[in-house]
Design a protein around this ligand. Structure first.
Ligand SMILES: Nc1ncnc2c1ncn2[C@@H]1O[C@H](COP(=O)(O)OP(=O)(O)OP(=O)(O)O)[C@@H](O)[C@H]1O
Ligand SMILES: [Mg+2]
Length: 166
């Protein structure tokens, strides 16, 4: 089951609000794959996701590029992975990649499209595109039945938010 939807945001805090709304819908075992060029908003989005998971703001979500994975305690824990510097999928054993998918935490993965070998069976993939200025388009694709349901609920929540802003 695959479904897609895209949303637009015109500022970093709008991106984070959309992410926070998604985060509220997530529970342990859910995977969010983040795709898009440098500076398109993947880390910005993950900060909002952390808010929606009630991660302590003290545990600030940085781009984990050098650590490969940063874990944060929340209502549900969040593992924030960045595959940018991984040169071979086999190196993922050194960050305990498999263990991140034990169903206890949400896993957000920047540069998710780098290695197909590292994709779980079901996930929500978000592709970020920057256009003029601060405008971003985020295209969501659900792979699997639960991600498709989450996507549907997220879309309803965001369309309510956009409607209320008008
Ligand atoms: N609508 C927007 N949504 C998200 N970020 C935006 C938006 N408009 C401007 N920005 C800016 O774009 C930058 C996004 O940076 P961010 O670190 O999130 O990118 P990234 O995709 O994680 O990049 P990298 O691949 O280097 O990790 C930030 O400086 C942010 O302020
Ligand atoms: Mg980043």
């Amino acid at each position: 089951m695959t479904s897609t939807w895209s949303l637009r945001t015109d500022a970093p805090d709008r991106t984070q609000l959309a992410a926070e709304e998604l985060g509220r819908l997530l529970t342990g075992g859910d995977v969010v794959g983040l795709v898009g060029g440098l500076g398109t908003g993947k880390t910005c989005f993950t900060q909002g996701l952390a808010r929606g998971l009630d991660v302590d703001p003290e545990s600030y979500v940085r781009s984990p590029t050098f650590a490969l994975v940063n874990s944060h305690r929340g209502r549900v824990d969040l593992h924030h992975v960045d595959l940018y510097r991984l040169s071979d999928p086999e190196e993922s054993v050194f960050m305990g990649y498999e263990d991140l998918f034990d169903g206890q935490a949400v896993v957000a993965i920047e540069w998710f499209d780098r290695f197909e070998d590292l994709w779980p069976a079901s996930y929500l993939e978000l592709t970020f595109e920057a256009s003029e200025g601060d405008d971003r388009r985020i295209t969501a694709r659900a792979q699997g039945a639960r991600p498709a349901r989450i996507l549907e609920r997220w879309r309803e929540a965001w369309e309510g938010e956009v409607g209320a802003r008008r």
